[in-house]
Design a protein around this ligand. Structure first.
Ligand code: BGC
Length: 761
């Protein structure tokens, strides 16, 4: 279909009609012009195709599909290639099922551990989130199926999600909340972007021209289709004008009529409507002209891939020589989750899994271990109580075995789309069970199934902790593989685990007052806060252990000093010094200059690579850093800016475990605008190169001025006077050194300085 030509032939009503769904999951067809319907489905970590009864809350059944690990888990893989393969599989499933767009990935920053949808989101760090999202998108789209990166923008809570306003300053938006989208949108070009329900600084995301058009389209060059979250449209005509192309789901024709009227009465330019139609039809056409009629949804093959993905996502949080288990050891397997794992979250991402494997089933199939493992239920997710009887049975079993592996975490009712948690605790009954079993058996290991961090009051009492997250339908096999060492764990946390909820930087302001949610912690989300405050955390961002050990050496920079327009190469040798093969996630953080004038986190993640190493093997890992790795967002120039200074490049295994570092001098090539007036501080002028001579006479007058001796200013030294001068506005010279400097002299000085600034540009 020649989209532009077709639009010329469409009536106003047909064009308006195309801009909203025909039902829950389809766009409208225009048969007379050969425009077919297009189907979209959730996403993000499996295909939720609803053939019959539709809804967006995961209530009605969808087709049997494969549930891959959720975003909380896949981000922990720190593995771009893995996300690409998972994306390819999802894309292929969509081709087989005739689904044009799979709704995801969901990249919103984890501002608080409480957000009910954290299980779907990737990280508290925008660089990690956006890199992982880019690979997911590229994988899906390599199969000629679209994605919908969501929920744009600042949708970081479920509480009042359809009315709340995220009040965020521009720098914070740019550095965190927009950045999570920016990299993936620029690099992977998702076919669609889904706008969020909430408002941003008072304006609904759906009608927010600043972000939908000025930033997304004009600044980032986005050319795809912008789609509303289901029911996010609040004022159809204003939304269209702001840049929202497709309203989902159907509005039963009501909003189509509003569009027609608006064009007819001149309040909406028809060209705006035409552009939206073009964006929508481009996606329809792209899918239709690239249909893969051979594609088959091979559920068993994708289940096997889901297990592989889950293996890479599991994070070994603690291991005091208890893992891996040996097949000859007797093991108490405790907890309902061992037989019925919690492997996915609730809401629109809920997959009708074609099968689910529990760890217990897998162990029962394992000839070398099945006779050595014993089960006790320990708790029931149906009742939120401390079940003394079940705990006593579990303790009894744990006393008789070499080791105890206890499966715990959050039941479905604790976290889901649609509401936030009110605390970070696990069920009391599970905490009590863990304490009791740990006392009965010193070799107790806890395996967690949860979509978001939990408080672990028992963390010091157990010998091992595995974070299995919501690892998809094949998680049972993946956990067994890690427990018995068939797989060497290589996941690392994509979020910090604070000791308690109150430690989280958004704690005081999360949920806000009514609909007004102020992001007062600013750029200090997650580890940016904990690390800057040097706070103790339960497990830091990036943390993850292995059954082998890695050593870093030979860190090299391509240059010791660069300009902010140059790129810098950083390399480090990584050696596997243990006796088994394993994968290391090398994380690169950049720390700003120690004497910088901008309030910034102590360091930020700017690179990561996952490498596989045989025992004894060494590989060189290389990173390329460009301006953005050193920059902060400067609102004075509405752009990214690098402060001149010495930056530290840190390489490590977590934000708290830096194994190697080195320094690079970065020179800014852009001077921030300064309009010199009587209120400008002397010190700010001194920083401008070339002003030394002009300022010299004033420095002399000030530093040599007799302020009245010891009784007035104490023993004033030249240095003291110089520092005082730095913070003095120009006008202060008149009052401080009375009689020595006149206003006329200051006017002349300002003229000279402004001329110099004009000359240096
Ligand atoms: C969710 C989206 C989802 C859509 C369709 C909404 O409620 O926020 O993430 O894609 O429903 O199910």
């Amino acid at each position: 279909m020649d989209v532009k030509k077709v639009i010329q032939q469409m009536t106003l009503e047909e064009k308006a009609g195309i801009c909203s769904g025909s039902d829950f999951w389809h766009t409208k067809a225009v048969e007379r012009l050969g425009i077919p319907q297009m189907m979209v489905s959730d996403g993000p970590h499996g295909l939720r195709k609803q053939d019959l009864e539709s809804d967006h809350l995961g209530i009605n059944e969808s087709i049997k599909a494969v549930c891959f690990p959720a975003g909380c888990a896949t981000a922990a893989s720190f593995d771009r290639d893995l996300l690409y393969s998972m994306g390819q599989a999802l894309g292929n499933e969509c081709q087989a099922e005739g689904v044009a767009v799979i709704l995801g990935p969901a990249v919103n920053i984890k501002r608080s551990p409480l957000c009910g949808r954290n299980f779907e989101y990737y990280s508290e760090d925008p660089y990690l989130a956006t890199e992982i999202a880019a690979s997911h998108i590229k994988g899906v789209q390599s199969k000629n199926v679209g994605t919908s990166i969501k929920h744009f923008l600042a949708n970081n809570q479920e509480h009042r999600r359809m009315s709340s306003s995220s009040e965020v300053d521009e720098r914070t938006l740019r550095e965190l909340y927009l950045a999570a989208f920016e990299g993936a949108i620029k690099e992977a070009k998702p076919w669609t972007v889904m706008c969020a329900y909430n408002r941003i600084n008072g304006v609904y995301a759906a009608e927010n021209k600043t972000y939908l058009t000025d930033v997304l389209r004009d600044e980032w060059g986005y050319e795809g289709m912008i789609i509303s979250d289901w029911g996010a449209v609040n004022n159809r005509v204003a939304d269209l004008a702001a840049g929202l192309d497709l309203e989902m789901p159907s509005s039963s024709g009501l909003t189509d009529k509003m569009i027609v009227e608006a064009v007819q009465n001149g309040t909406l330019d028809e060209a705006v409507l035409d552009k939206a139609v073009e964006n929508i039809l481009n996606v329809v056409e792209r899918f239709e002209s690239n249909r893969d009629t051979e594609a088959v949804f091979d559920r068993d093959a994708d289940h096997a891939l889901a297990r592989k993905v889950a293996q890479e996502c599991i994070v070994l949080l603690k291991n005091e020589d208890v893992l891996p288990l040996k097949t000859e050891e007797s093991v108490a397997i405790i907890g309902e989750f061992a037989k019925a794992p919690r492997y996915q979250g609730g809401g629109s991402s809920h997959i009708n899994s074609h099968k689910v494997e529990s760890v217990w089933e897998i162990l029962m199939e394992c000839d070398s271990c099945k006779d050595k493992v014993y089960f006790a239920q320990g708790y029931s997710t149906k009742e939120d109580i401390i079940d003394e009887k079940k705990i006593a049975q579990a303790v009894e079993l744990a006393k008789q075995t070499d080791k105890a592996v206890l499966f715990a975490g959050l039941p479905d009712s604790y976290e889901s789309e649609g509401f936030d948690r009110s605390h970070m605790k696990m069920p009391e009954g599970q905490n009590a069970l863990i304490e009791a079993v740990a006392e009965a058996n010193p070799n107790t290991i806890v395996v967690l199934h949860n979509g978001s961090p939990v408080e672990m009051p028992w963390a010091d009492k157990v010998s091992g902790i595995i974070e299995a997250y919501l690892g998809g339908q094949a998680i049972g096999g993946a956990v067994a593989d890690v427990l018995y060492g068939k797989v060497n764990p290589s996941g690392h946390l994509a979020e910090s685990f604070p000791i308690k909820l109150e430690d989280n930087p958004s704690y005081l302001y999360y949920h806000g007052e009514g609909d007004r949610v102020e992001y007062r912690e600013g750029v200090f989300a997650g580890y940016r806060y904990y690390d800057t405050k040097k706070m103790e955390v339960r497990f830091p961002f990036g943390h993850g252990l292995s059954y082998t050990a890695f050593v870093y050496s030979n860190v090299k920079l391509s240059e010791d000093s660069i300009r902010d327009t140059d790129s810098l190469e950083v390399s480090v040798d990584v050696t596997n010094t243990g006796d088994r093969a394993g994968k290391e996630v090398v994380q690169l953080y950049v720390a700003p200059p120690k004497d910088g004038r901008i309030i910034r986190p102590v360091h930020e993640l700017k690179g990561f690579e996952k490498v596989f190493l045989e025992p004894g093997e060494t590989k060189t890992v290389t990173f390329t850093l460009s301006k953005r790795a050193f920059a902060y967002y400067e609102t004075k120039i509405n752009d990214w800016h690098v402060e001149t200074g010495k930056y530290t490049i840190e390489l490590g295994q977590s934000s708290r475990k830096i194994l190697a570092e080195c320094e690079v001098q970065v020179e800014s090539t852009r001077r921030l605008p300064l309009n010199i007036n009587l209120d400008t501080l002397f010190g700010d002028i001194q920083k401008i190169p070339g002003t030394e001579k002009i300022l010299e006479p004033f420095i002399k007058i000030f530093t040599e001025f007799d302020m009245g001796g010891d009784d007035k200013l104490g023993s004033s030294t030249k240095e003291m006077m110089e520092s005082m001068l730095r913070d003095l506005p120009l006008r202060g010279l008149v009052s401080f050194v009375q009689g020595k400097v006149s206003y006329q002299q200051l006017y002349d000085l300002m003229e000279q300085l402004n001329y110099l600034l004009f000359k240096i540009g």
